[in-house]
Design a binder for this molecule. Structure first.
Ligand code: NAD
Ligand code: TYD
Length: 340
């Protein structure tokens, strides 16, 4: 099976490419990625060379119709797994247009060409953020109405609706996965866990938005990638599958835990102004994928976090290179109010 993976140089995409090359010997993987600030070929340096003909990297934009057409004509893939996205909520608040272009227009370009060129299956990697925010109880199911709150979430929800339309109008074989917050190796240090780990390891302040009582449901990236592979292989066309960790944490409790595991003081915590429109709570009901496809998360949070901390400790060069580059400007602007 020939699989085009878009966004394969990002956090989840690179973990997916690695999982595919390790566990799916019959797949050839074509990684199509624009290499934006978040795309890093270093993430796959270890596997790319070793995989030989089973792996190819092509630099390109999912919203560039001619480039995608050229790729699909040359490779004639059996399936597309679309991870490519602008993925950070805070950046979407600063520049929503880029999010619509990549996340929404890009998805439609891929859908259209997949249909026109006979690609058998299209898997859209979506997010629980399309459902909006929960109160203190309840969980998102696949039936929860879409109510996205950030420009990021809205651009992803629009893409989900375009997938639905492709199925309904053209009978296209499309499956959608919606997962909760991922953590693990190779996550860009703008997201909560790697930001807090890398700051704490450098004895820098840890910026907690608002009152720190916002809740996220954390899932190990490898468990997410296994679920995506399973849905690609066995998911029912036209269906949506929620993927979650059954692992809810208030941000402040999680930050305190990270400090404890690193042996760093809580005095590093700084409360900073809240994110505009900040969703209070996400929690995923993933009963459907468990019942229908037999998926279960394999990592306990305890083991997954220790392994992740060890990875950021042994890959200090990886995140220091990122943090010393273009990212410094973003950080200075985003956290301008942080108390020193
Ligand atoms: P990421 O920001 O780490 O990586 C995104 C990748 O997409 C990068 O390699 C980047 O270069 C590439 N890319 C960006 N614009 C592109 C374009 N126009 N054309 C081609 N490639 C482009 O993101 P991630 O955290 O790995 O997220 C991957 C997917 O999973 C996204 O679709 C995101 O919405 C979804 N998701 C992520 C999480 C999470 O916790 N990180 C949770 C739920 C869903
Ligand atoms: P993030 O990793 O950006 O993921 P998302 O917003 O997509 O859930 O943020 C996770 C949670 O952590 C979210 O409630 C916002 C909060 N947060 C902070 O408190 N401080 C920070 O510096 C960042 C980046 C996030």
């Amino acid at each position: 099976m020939k699989v085009v993976v878009t966004g394969g140089c990002g956090f989840i995409g690179s973990n997916f490419v690695r999982l595919a090359l390790e566990t799916r010997p019959a797949w050839r993987v074509i990684n199509y990625d624009l290499l934006t600030y978040a795309g890093n070929p270093e993430n796959l340096a270890d596997v790319a060379g070793a995989a030989g003909d089973r792996y190819r990297f092509v630099r390109g934009d999912v919203a560039d119709k001619e480039a995608v057409q050229k790729l699909f004509e040359a490779e004639q893939p059996d399936a597309i797994v679309n991870f490519a996205a602008e993925s950070h909520v805070d950046r979407s608040i600063k520049d929503p247009v880029r999010f619509v272009r990549t996340n929404t227009v890009g998805t439609q370009v891929l859908l259209t060409l997949a249909r026109e060129l006979g690609v058998k299956r299209f898997l859209q990697v979506s997010t629980d953020e399309v459902y909006g925010s929960l109160g203190p109880t309840g969980k998102f199911t696949e039936q929860t109405p879409l109510a996205p709150n950030s420009p990021y979430a809205a651009s992803k929800a629009a893409a989900d609706l375009l997938c639905r339309a492709a199925r309904h109008t053209f009978g296209q074989d499309v499956v959608v996965t919606r997962c909760s917050n991922n953590y693990g190796p190779y996550q860009f240090p703008e997201k909560l866990i790697p930001l807090m780990l890398s700051n704490a390891m450098s004895d820098q302040p840890l910026p907690v938005y608002g009152d720190g009582q916002h809740v996220r449901d954390w899932l190990h990236v490898r468990d997410h990638c296994e679920a995506v592979a399973l849905v690609l292989e066995r998911g029912v066309a036209g269906e949506v599958y929620n993927i979650g960790g059954n692992n809810e944490w208030k941000n402040l409790d999680l930050v305190r835990l990270l400090l404890k595991l690193l042996g760093k003081p809580e005095s590093l915590i700084r409360f900073v102004p809240d994110r505009p429109g900040h969703d209070r709570r996400y929690a995923i009901d993933c009963g459907k994928i468990e019942r229908e496809l037999g998926w279960r998360p394999r990592h306990t949070f305890e083991a997954g976090l220790s392994e992740t901390i060890a990875w950021y400790q042994t890959h200090r060069g990886w995140w220091e290179r990122i943090k010393s580059g273009e990212y410094r400007k973003y950080y200075a602007e985003q956290y301008a109010t942080i108390a020193k």
